[in-house]
Design a protein around this ligand. Structure first.
Ligand SMILES: [Zn+2]
Length: 176
C-alpha cells in the first residue's frame, strides 16, 4: 500500500492543482512536480488532469512503455550530500524585513541570509542509473515492491507492483 498523499504537492505549494490526485487515461495520478506516480483508480471520482500536464505525462508514459527496465536495489546505490539553494524562511526570499510601531517604519537586512534572500541547505542525493536524485523524492520509491527503473534523459522511470511513474533528477549537483 502506498500513501498517495506523500506523492502530492503539500498545502503551501502555489500549484493548487498538484495538491490532490487527478485522473489521466483511466488511472489515478499524483505528483508534486518532482515525483509522479500512476496507479489504479479503484473507482475513485477525480478531476481530470490539467491539459498541459496531461500532454507532458502522456509523452512520459509512452516513453516508459517503450523502455526496458531493470531491477534495482536502492540500498546499494551511492549516496552523498549536495547544497541546495532555497528561499530564506525568515524573510521569504526578500532579503530584508520590515517592522513598524507607533513611531516609525523600519527596514532591516535579514540576518539569516545576510540580505541574499537565499540560504544553502544540505540535502542528500542518491545516484541511480548514473543520474543524481534528491533523497527527498527517491524516498518514495523505497516503499514500492518489485521496483524496476530506467534512466530517461533527465528523469528516472519506474515500474512497481503499486504503480509506475517518474522522479526528476537534480540537474546541477553542488557538493556540500
Ligand atoms: Zn533572509
Amino acid at each position: 500500500m502506498i500513501n498517495i498523499h506523500n506523492w502530492t504537492a503539500n498545502e503551501d505549494d502555489p500549484r493548487d492543482y498538484l495538491r490532490k490526485p487527478f485522473e489521466l487515461e483511466g488511472r489515478l495520478v499524483a505528483t508534486n512536480g518532482s515525483a509522479i506516480i500512476s496507479t489504479e483508480l479503484k473507482g475513485a471520482k477525480l478531476p481530470n488532469a490539467q491539459e498541459h500536464i496531461a500532454k507532458t505525462l502522456k509523452k512520459y508514459f509512452k516513453q516508459l512503455q517503450n523502455s526496458e527496465l531493470t531491477k534495482v536495489d536502492l540500498h546499494q546505490c551511492e549516496t552523498g550530500e549536495f547544497a541546495l539553494e532555497r528561499d530564506c524562511k525568515e524573510c521569504d526570499g526578500e532579503g530584508e524585513l520590515t517592522f513598524e510601531n507607533a513611531f516609525n517604519d523600519y527596514e532591516v537586512e535579514c540576518k539569516s541570509c545576510r540580505g541574499d534572500g537565499k540560504n544553502l541547505e544540505t540535502n542528500k542525493y542518491v545516484v541511480i542509473c548514473g543520474l543524481h536524485f534528491s533523497l527527498e523524492f527517491v524516498d518514495l520509491l523505497y516503499y514500492l515492491n518489485n521496483l524496476k527503473v530506467v534512466a530517461l534523459e533527465d528523469k528516472l522511470g519506474f515500474e512497481a507492483d503499486e504503480g509506475s511513474g517518474f522522479v526528476m533528477s537534480i540537474r546541477k549537483v553542488t557538493e556540500a
